[in-house]
Ligand binder design. Structure first.
Ligand code: BTN
Length: 247
């Protein structure tokens, strides 16, 4: 365990899921300040829904932050997702020219997924008591076996092998800054997120409840729902899992 600026770092050799480990620290009341759990070997990484997260041992960044954003209302929780997505995008862009956020919080380079985020918030009444932000970033992995999404790694893009320790130091500074921005300049988080969206304002095919249509992303509301404008000019709101990107 070490300390990097504002965040206490828990380094764990091998663990099923850094999100689970973080949850246990919370349940055991072992922490009351911002921490990050990182492992080189995550054996049962969790993805969104029922998905798993594939990461070969020693190849990638797999880590989970715990924040205590007591100042945030439960209904505002999507802004955490925005801040973390932007932090990962900032990090990727240290190495690669253009990274995008595929709503709600996948990080893409061109049409390939390079990072995923699993946010698990605890809400008490109107407020958020703690937030686990699990982050998986593909760094040096060269082949992927799960057929979930079109995965890619930094090394597959640039041909360069990266030192995970250095990557973590860089990422941690960036995430801390984006997290601070949540309180200091939330407007910037909101405007940067919109600008960073994959396929923002481009007419593309989408599917919702077996209904196919062309539309373009025009905004994200405070609850994190995506707003799509159809060719007719009609606007529709979709929550996560209610909208599928076609191709
Ligand atoms: C997704 O895109 O489906 C979300 C993937 C999140 C993966 C990360 S890896 C570190 C943290 N621990 C987990 O078990 N999952 C997240």
């Amino acid at each position: 365990m070490g300390k990097t600026s504002n965040t206490r770092v828990y380094k764990v050799k091998s663990i099923d899921s850094t999100n689970n480990y973080a949850q246990k620290l919370i349940d055991d009341k072992a922490i009351n300040e911002q921490i990050v759990v990182i492992t080189q070997n995550q054996t049962q990484g969790k993805g969104y829904g029922r998905n798993s997260w594939e990461s070969q041992s020693g190849m990638n960044l797999t880590l989970s932050y715990v924040f205590f954003p007591l100042y945030l209302k439960a209904e505002e929780q999507f802004i955490i997702s925005k801040a973390i997505s932007l932090g990962i995008k900032d990090f990727i862009e240290l190495f690669v020219e253009d990274a995008k956020i595929k709503w709600p919080n996948d990080i893409y380079v061109s049409d390939n997924k390079i990072a995923g985020i699993l946010i698990e918030n605890t809400v008490c009444g109107d407020n958020i008591t703690n937030s686990i932000s699990g982050i998986g970033i593909n760094i040096n992995q060269m082949d992927f076996h799960s057929d979930l999404q079109n995965p890619i790694s930094l090394k597959l893009i640039t041909g360069i092998e990266y030192k995970l320790e250095d990557c973590f130091e860089l990422l941690n500074d960036i995430i801390e800054n984006r997290y601070l921005q949540l309180t200091e300049n939330p407007k910037k988080i909101n405007s940067d997120y919109i600008k960073a969206l994959y396929r923002y304002k481009e007419f593309c095919p989408y599917k919702s409840h077996n209904n196919w249509f062309n539309g373009r992303i025009v905004d994200i509301d405070i609850f994190g729902r995506i707003i799509i404008e159809k060719e007719s000019g009609e606007k529709s709101f979709f929550g996560y899992k209610e909208l599928e990107y076609i191709i």
